[in-house]
Write a protein that binds this ligand. Structure first.
Ligand code: ADP
Length: 346
């Protein structure tokens, strides 16, 4: 199910005397069907407001929301309820019923739709299996770990066979390892059920590990959008570069972390690092730097480096200093560009 947003606007009036808050200002996006689409932004950027508009929890002041060819922001009453039942949602806080078992939580949306009991039981068993928790059917919610709670919440959101799944900071309360397993489950389910997944996050790691496309939201507006590899290799705005820089810094800095798959960038010197070089996909195996030093009288010093695996391929990153005469340096950088290396200069 493709989602199209045309010029969405949502403004909240401020408290008496305060200025209005332009939570979402003129957002237009095309979210392709059968993909995972990330919406990343800092706290207060407008992500939650935008997701409430796209998921029909709130109406925009102006603009349009389409699911496929159908305009949905204008739906009301029964039609709105029916449409909303076809949407899956998961949240940071899981929102499970503490008084119900795992299986009964998954059954809840089916009970609301008055599905026959035998059918509910069959569907719940399938869903528990799908999220890898067949043995937890009768567990109380309080006995489940955070990751298990989110798996149950995912199963519940899929009970009604939605075409769209919204994930609002779904992994923000989880540790890195559990985050990875939940993201990989969401990707598997997306493929299996051909869902359109909209993933709201403030973490570039989530975009890197789970998304095909991403839009960067800042002060209520989309400042950048594209495929994840485009955004990783050609970040245009300061906001996006900031997210990518934080991604690098957040990463543990020992070689053992790399071999355990924990880290993708190792920094062995906090100094220097004027040039960030990015190598995409097959280029990550090429000895371009040593060729550059053979061709031009320059020296290079690598400050940090590694390979980041994104959903659509690999991006190699080297943070380097390159020194030499101005002509040699310019020739060397030209050479790197001609080899497809993407260069960011500090
Ligand atoms: P994010 O999810 O990116 O943190 P939000 O969408 O929650 O951002 O908020 C965007 C802006 O809109 C913030 O300035 C927030 O204070 C404001 N805002 C969000 N919801 C409301 C509301 N119901 N009433 C008034 N202001 C709101």
């Amino acid at each position: 199910m493709q989602i199209t947003l045309n010029n969405l606007v949502k403004t909240y009036s401020g408290a008496t005397g305060a200025t209005d808050v332009h939570a979402v200002s003129n957002v237009s996006l095309s979210i392709p069907s059968n993909s995972v689409y990330g919406i990343i932004g800092k706290s207060g950027a407008g992500k939650s407001t935008l997701v409430r508009l796209i998921s029909l929890l709130e109406k925009p002041d102006s603009g349009e929301v389409f699911y496929g060819d159908k305009r949905v922001d204008t739906l009301d009453g029964k039609d709105l309820i029916a449409q909303r039942r076809r949407i899956g949602m998961i949240f940071q806080s899981f929102n499970l019923f503490a008084s119900r078992t795992a299986a009964k939580n998954i059954a809840y949306p089916l009970e609301i739709c008055k599905t026959p009991r035998a059918e509910i039981n069959k569907r719940v068993a399938e869903l528990l299996d799908l999220v890898g928790l067949a043995d937890k059917a009768d567990a109380a919610v309080s006995q489940l770990s955070g990751g298990q709670k989110q798996r149950i919440a995912i199963a519940r959101s899929l009970a009604v066979n939605p075409q769209i799944l919204f994930c609002d900071e779904a992994t923000s309360a989880l540790d890195p390892q559990t985050t990875r397993s939940i993201l990989s489950l969401i990707r598997d389910i997306q493929k299996k059920m051909q869902l359109t997944v909209v993933m709201i996050t403030h973490q570039m790691e989530v975009v890197r590990d789970a998304c095909d496309y991403v839009a960067v939201l800042d002060s209520g507006a989309v400042v950048e959008q594209g495929t994840v590899s485009e955004i990783f290799t050609h970040p245009k705005t300061a906001v996006t570069k900031d997210f990518l820089a934080n991604l690098t810094q957040n990463i543990p800095d020992t070689a053992s972390d790399v071999s355990s798959g924990e880290a993708s960038i190792v920094r062995w010197s906090q100094e220097g690092g004027k040039y960030t070089l990015r190598f995409v996909n097959q280029m990550t195996g090429e000895p371009v730097l040593s060729r550059m030093a053979h061709l031009y009288p320059v020296e290079f010093n690598i400050r940090a480096g590694g390979i980041q695996h994104i959903a659509s391929g690999d991006v190699g990153t080297l943070i380097t200093d390159i020194t030499g005469s101005p002509e040699a340096l310019s020739g060397a950088l030209q050479y790197l560009k001609s080899q497809g290396v993407i260069i960011e200069e500090k």
